[in-house]
Every structure is written in structure tokens, then in C-alpha cells.
Design a protein around this ligand. Structure first.
Ligand SMILES: NC(=O)c1ccc[n+]([C@@H]2O[C@H](COP(=O)([O-])OP(=O)(O)OC[C@H]3O[C@@H](n4cnc5c(N)ncnc54)[C@H](OP(=O)(O)O)[C@@H]3O)[C@@H](O)[C@H]2O)c1
Length: 287
């Protein structure tokens, strides 16, 4: 377990426990990108864990079943699982809440990974207070995800323990105290793999344009990402420092970075993240 202090409002504990939950029963609603990633990550971590995915689309349902995870068209009534994970688009939540009155009596914990919809809204629509919001990302599928969590105040210690165990099997997790940070976590963590892949696409595009075979362009790019991430994690130093170490004065990299700076690439990324966070609030009907 690693302990790490983050900035003022953000807590706090970054953990990676390896707890195996054999008797826990998990139901995931929505077998889209995120719901499938969570289901696959849980299945990889523990082949005995009971997982059921609810998905209305028969093609996606079959894909999940082929991956060895049971999938049904609708939620049972009553629902008796320990954990219910909502991985549906926020735009469909209102309708979903109207069609699932059984969640009022649901005895387990409800975890929403939906962007935007805050705890107050989840509680009031589902008429249930055992709520947690989580923002994971797609590497959860290979147990290398990172998840930001915030639990409703009335969740018991046991409920919180169950949530922590669940997300520790999907990678690393941490709790925040200020729910506003969940919108920013949505922008950073949820969107993170997309930004990295956007940059990776530019590297591949350039490599191919100058004559590297596509296989080599892909290999060198993935190895750059992997090696850099590993070096940052091992050294625990700011990325800026590694950047400076590559930027030999008057050398080749310095020229490229100076060009990025002139084009305000870093500021553009930060303003993109701000827009993404704002979008999360809009999706939750909070602006
Ligand atoms: N993608 C990410 O990296 C990521 C990261 C963090 C959080 N999230 C959150 O995760 C949620 C899902 O995102 P996604 O990217 O996985 O979206 P997605 O690929 O569009 O998948 C959404 C899935 O939910 C299903 N669905 C919609 N309404 C449903 C209902 N009432 N009952 C059962 N299934 C229903 C959809 O089925 P149909 O297509 O048949 O309607 C689809 O399979 C969103 O709230 C998003 O904010 C996503």
C-alpha cells in the first residue's frame, strides 16, 4: 500500500490491495466500453467472483457471454446482489431510474461510474442512500486502471471496505472528499487514456510518414509509453524533470518542445480538460 498526499481538497490514500472476493455478487448495468472493462477486469482478478452484466443489446450481451460472464436483458426484481454498478450513459439515467423501482429496497451498494450525476441526484432518483460515485478508466480491463471514489456519508465501514476491495482488484484507487473533484477526475482519469492515445497517434503518424513500417511505428510508440510510465513510477519524480533530462541543451528534443510551447500545446491541453470537466457538470444538470 502506498500513501500519498494530494492537493488540498483531494484525499489521500492511493492503495493497491490484492483482496480476493470469492463470495461477492456483482451486477453491472451496461456492457458498453466501461461496463465491459469493469466486468473483464473483475473476471480476470477472480474467476470465482459472481458477476452478471445487464445489457439490452443482444450483440453486446453475446460478446459478454462469450467472454465467460453471464449477461441478462433486464435487472431482476427483487435484486439481491451485494453490489450494483451503473455503467450506462448519464443521459439515460432518468429513464432507467423510473423503470427500476426495485432499487428503493435494494440492500446492496450502488456504485455509479456515470459522468456528471452527483450523489444527491442518485439518492433522490433511486430513493436509496447506499451510494458511491466512481470514475475509473478503461485499463481496469487489465487490472491497471485508476479510480477516483467518493462515498455517500451514510455508507457503513463494511460497505466502504467492499468498494475499496472491488476497485483495488481493478488497479489503483483513491478517495476524494470534495465531490466537485469527481468532475475533474472524469476529465483527467476517465479521459486520460484517450489523451495519451491522441498523442500516441501523432507519434505513429509521423513515424509512418517518414518511412517506418506500421508495425515498427506501433511498437516504438507503445514501448515509449510503457518505458516512460515505468521510469516515472520508479523514480517518483515530476515528469517535467524527465522532460528536462531528454532536452539536451541545443539538441533535437529541445527544439520540438520549444515548438510545442510556442504553439501553447500545454495550455491547450489544460483548457481542453477544463471543458471536459464542465461537460461533466452539464451532463449532471448542474450548470
Ligand atoms: N468510456 C470510458 O472510458 C468511461 C470512463 C469513466 C466513466 N465512464 C462512464 O461510464 C458510462 C458508460 O460509458 P461507456 O463509454 O461505456 O458508454 P457506451 O460504450 O455507450 O455504453 C453504454 C452501455 O449502456 C447500455 N445502456 C444504456 N441504457 C441502458 C439501460 N437503461 N439498461 C441497460 N443498459 C443500458 C448501452 O446499451 P445500448 O447501446 O443498447 O443503448 C451500452 O451498452 C457513462 O456514464 C460514462 O460517463 C466511461
Amino acid at each position: 500500500m502506498k500513501l500519498k498526499a494530494c492537493r488540498q481538497h483531494a484525499t489521500l490514500i492511493v492503495r493497491k490491495d490484492n483482496f480476493i472476493m470469492t463470495s461477492t455478487n456483482v451486477v453491472i448495468v451496461g456492457a458498453g466500453h466501461m461496463g465491459s472493462a469493469i466486468a473483464l477486469g473483475l473476471r480476470r482478478s477472480n474467476s470465482f467472483l459472481s458477476i452478471t452484466v445487464i445489457e439490452s443489446n443482444p450483440i453486446r450481451r453475446n460478446e459478454i457471454i462469450t467472454a465467460g460472464i453471464p449477461s441478462l436483458e433486464c435487472l431482476s426484481d427483487p435484486l439481491l446482489s451485494d453490489v450494483l454498478i451503473l455503467a450506462i450513459p448519464p443521459q439515460t439515467f432518468l429513464e432507467f431510474s423510473k423503470r427500476t423501482p426495485q432499487l428503493e429496497q435494494y440492500p446492496g451498494v450502488i456504485i455509479s461510474v456515470m459522468a456528471g450525476i452527483n450523489i444527491a441526484e442518485l439518492k433522490s432518483r433511486l430513493k436509496n442512500s447506499k451510494i458511491c460515485r466512481a470514475i475509473p478508466n478503461l485499463p481496469c480491463a487489465i487490472n491497471e486502471g485508476v479510480t477516483a471514489l467518493i462515498c455517500a456519508p451514510r455508507l457503513s465501514k463494511d460497505n466502504k471496505g467492499l468498494i475499496n476491495n472491488l476497485f483495488s482488484t481493478l488497479g489503483t484507487y483513491f478517495h476524494v472528499k470534495d465531490e466537485n473533484l469527481i468532475d475533474d477526475a472524469t476529465a483527467i482519469i476517465g479521459g486520460g487514456p484517450a489523451y495519451i492515445c491522441y498523442f500516441a497517434t501523432a507519434l505513429i503518424e509521423y513515424a509512418q510518414s517518414v518511412g517506418f513500417e506500421s508495425k515498427s511505428a506501433f511498437l516504438m510508440t507503445t514501448k515509449i509509453l510503457q518505458g516512460t510510465a515505468a521510469l516515472l513510477e520508479i523514480n517518483q519524480e515530476p515528469p517535467e524533470k524527465l522532460c528536462q533530462q531528454v532536452m539536451t541543451p541545443k539538441g533535437t528534443t529541445e527544439l520540438a518542445i520549444n515548438h510545442f510551447d510556442k504553439k501553447h500545446v500545454r495550455a491547450t491541453i489544460i483548457s481542453g480538460l477544463k471543458q471536459s470537466s464542465r461537460r461533466s457538470k452539464i451532463l449532471g444538470g448542474r450548470t
